[in-house]
Design a protein around this ligand. Sequence first.
Ligand code: BGC
Length: 349
Amino acid sequence: MKALTVVPLKAGTAELSDIDDPPESDGPVLVETLGVGICGTDAEILSGAYGWAPPGRERLVLGHESLGRVLEAPAGAAVAKGDLVVGIVRRPDPVPCANCAVGEWDFCRNGQYTERGIKEHDGYLSEHYRITADFAVKVDPSLGELGVLLEPTSVVAKAWEQVGRIGGRAHWEPKTAVVTGAGPVGLLAALLGVQRGLEVHVIDQMASGLKPDLVRALGAQYHTGSISDACKLPDAIIECTGVGSLVFDAMEHVGVGGVVCLTGVSSGGRSLDIDAGSLNRSMVLENEAMVGSVNANRRHYEAGAEALAKADRAWLQRLITRRVPLADWAQALDRKPDDVKVVVEVASA
Ligand code: BGC
């Protein structure tokens, strides 16, 4: 079967390869891949900056934002032939650590977890893949191709869960939230914020075009300036850019008792001049919290699936700005200014 493979940590090695059928060891559920979303992590892997091949192998099958249709499943399994499913990305470490042992692999303590399409386990960008039913999440059939948005939605569902749990350490009745970045993660974070009844403000650099339109269509407000200009002392900030200056801006301008959740992975190598003392002082005196959040466990995928199921289909549809056939995969990486989510189509839905 055809698969998009790459030699991790070597730029320019991606190719459409002919590989063996998916191994039985990946699970008894056989899935036909319909589409795979491309994100910044894929771009990083393709540029040679991130990623790990499976042990003893040179190449990794890429792809972690999947949507597929079940072709075969054991009788009585939680998924059945014909179901639209999304594969969970992370697998618990084999030890397992205390978190992986209870299904909280997104909080793996020893770093020995694997991630499909990213770390030591082949991804979903192949014509078929195998999986165990407990790592396949069913999506509402009425979502169709929009189910491919579930993986990034699971990541923001986890971020909102962190914000709620941390906020809930005291009386917590949040009213306002700022989301930095109007890429797919930022827009989905805004969607979930609006679904929570919050007044949501999204900040990005694009002055006009699809991103501001999408934010306004949600009933949220769009800004191009600073956090403090967008919203005075928000209860929560979901930082989706990984840009260092915005991270510190968020710490400085979150409201009293507020929570900043960082979801963007920075590239590193840039320094900022920070008044660490006054930052510390205001964080302490105002009980502010900052938390990093990565990946998602099954609970977050289920929350994400619910959020997508109740979202406006036409709005979700506008997030998928380009679909590229597998044979033309390279075009998916050629970012256009108005791109939000680009999907590599593997089979038709
Ligand atoms: C994925 C996560 C993953 C993270 C780090 C992100 O792009 O969505 O599932 O944990 O990269 O590898």
